[in-house]
Ligand binder design. Structure first.
Ligand SMILES: [Zn+2]
Length: 498
């Protein structure tokens, strides 16, 4: 009897030790209260939506630097600091640009929106081709003409996130591009109902202009711009009512568009916890998030600040929590925390850091990227980079899946790697440039929601218990990767579809 009791209690002790050994040591340092407190600061009105390349993004970066310092991370950016600055080339329509139809000046952005920039000085008759859906863009004669067509939703799938941000681009790709390729001198789209509904959101994007990494940092830039001969013609949008003036084919346009081009700063915030193993400490597990959101824009439901609490404050504060855990209990490998700048403008921070890493690129053993991890049901989540052709490391994927089982035990949606998925999200977040270099990479997310890219993506809408579970999952994965003897291998057959 006694013996049996003794055996039983030993067994309980042992099994509870085994269960505990799955918990990384710093787990209790990932606290809901910290996540909430940090997010209420970072995604507050104070940083005005952290638009890439603005003083607001830089202020938010400075705040992150101070958190890194307080946590005790080592500076791992450039010049012994936590920052890595880089420059964007920004092109924007100059305010003194003018557009007149039949001699009547149009007010920029209110009466007319310029969706494709090109330095232009032209006076020409407008050729009205009718509704886009009725035009055969492969045969119509448009050479050297200024073409007007009415937009149409026919054949366009708008069952996607952000239809108002994408509609004008979809229309251009389907109807504008072929006409420019056939030699049209300029395209005037007349808004249909859908384009009218999208006008405010779309115009905010057009106003901001276009961005690229600065040439010096970007050897492929000239090759890319050489490809886009169709990008040298102007494309503009007019309201639906313009049809009346244009449809009898007697109208003319006088357009003087001036494109201003200038450099614009952004920054990556980079901190490190040094590993404890004399050999493995020269290798790095890289946590990835992004600083920027969408700034101040058109009003939706009474607010104009696009706070980006979920996108991507949620991940940034989860990284701070992970940093606290690793700082207190360092792993064998070193851990890098990189919060990228200018993700929303085209993954510029991650493109820059992966091209100019502050540690040897071959020593980055894995990238754990997160994008929007604080919304939707508490019991479910998603991971990208988990199925071919986006899976580039089966090793890393198994560790992430095991970490999920041991901790949050989310029901996982793994459908987002499907190459026919309408969102194509794998190509829209910061793990991508690293994956392209063959570095094992995954992305954590709690998926999209109707407040995505609106002022309602705010701190009040975050599911904090969910956010804590996501932060735990990222920590458990990172802890495994950072301590395992062998670094995760890159799958031999990894090849992205585009
Ligand atoms: Zn994002």
């Amino acid at each position: 009897m006694k013996k049996a009791i003794l055996f039983f209690s030993l067994f309980t002790i042992t099994s509870s030790l085994v269960a505990q050994s799955n918990n990384p040591p710093g787990l209790s340092l990932i606290r809901s209260e910290d996540l909430k407190k940090d997010l209420y600061r970072f995604a507050s009105a104070h940083f005005k939506g952290r638009s890439a390349g603005t003083i607001d993004e830089l202020n938010a970066s400075a705040w992150l630097v101070e958190q890194f310092r307080a946590i005790g991370l080592k500076p791992a950016g450039d010049n012994g600091t936590y920052l890595q600055f880089f420059s964007l080339v920004r092109k924007q329509l100059a305010n003194n640009s003018t557009i007149e139809i039949n001699g009547t000046p149009l007010q920029l952005w209110k009466d007319v929106a310029v969706s494709q920039l090109a330095n232009t000085n032209l006076k020409a008759p407008i050729v009205y081709l009718g509704n886009a859906a009725d035009i055969d863009t492969n045969t119509v004669d448009v050479k050297d003409k200024v073409i007007a067509i009415e937009a149409s939703t026919k054949g366009i799938n708008l069952n996607v996130s952000l239809p108002t941000w994408r509609y004008n681009r979809y229309i251009f790709a389907r109807y504008g591009m072929p006409l420019l390729k056939r030699g049209a001198k300029a395209i005037l789209f007349i808004a249909d109902e859908q384009a009218e509904a999208a006008w405010a959101d779309a115009t905010e994007n057009f106003k901001r202009g276009i961005y690229d990494l600065h040439e010096e940092a970007n050897p492929n830039a000239s090759a890319r711009s050489a490809q886009s001969a169709t990008a040298t013609a102007p494309v503009i949008w007019l309201h639906a009512e313009a049809k009346q003036k244009l449809q009898n084919n007697t109208a003319s346009i006088n357009m003087n568009l001036i494109v201003s081009e200038y450099l614009y700063p952004s920054a990556n915030v980079v901190g490190m916890v040094e590993g404890t193993d004399p050999k493995l400490k020269s290798e790095y597990v890289l946590y990835s998030g992004h600083t920027d959101a969408h700034g101040i824009r058109n009003v939706i439901k009474g607010d104009s600040i696009y706070y980006g609490a979920d996108d991507n404050g949620s991940v940034d504060v989860a990284m701070l929590a992970n940093a606290r855990a690793f700082a207190k209990y360092p792993s064998k490998r070193s851990v890098l925390f990189v919060i990228h700048g200018a993700e929303e403008r085209g993954l510029f921070g991650s493109r820059y850091y992966s091209g100019h890493p502050t540690v040897p690129v071959g020593k980055i053993v894995a990238v754990l990227n997160g994008d929007m991890i604080g919304r939707n049901n508490t019991d479910s989540a998603a991971i990208l980079g988990v199925n071919p052709p986006h899976r580039n490391s089966s090793d890393l994927v198994s560790m992430a899946l095991a970490a999920n089982k041991e901790g949050p035990n989310f029901k996982l949606d793994t459908t987002w790697d499907n190459i026919n998925h309408v969102e194509g999200w794998y190509f829209r977040s910061d793990h991508l440039p690293y994956a392209r270099l063959g570095i094992p990479a995954i992305m954590y997310t709690s998926l999209l929601h109707p407040d995505y890219h609106t002022p309602q993506d705010n701190v009040e809408s975050i599911n904090y218990p969910k956010l804590k579970k996501m932060a735990d999952w990222m920590y458990r994965t990172g802890w495994k990767v950072a301590n395992k003897e062998m670094r995760p291998a890159t799958d031999k057959d990894f090849k992205l579809e585009r």
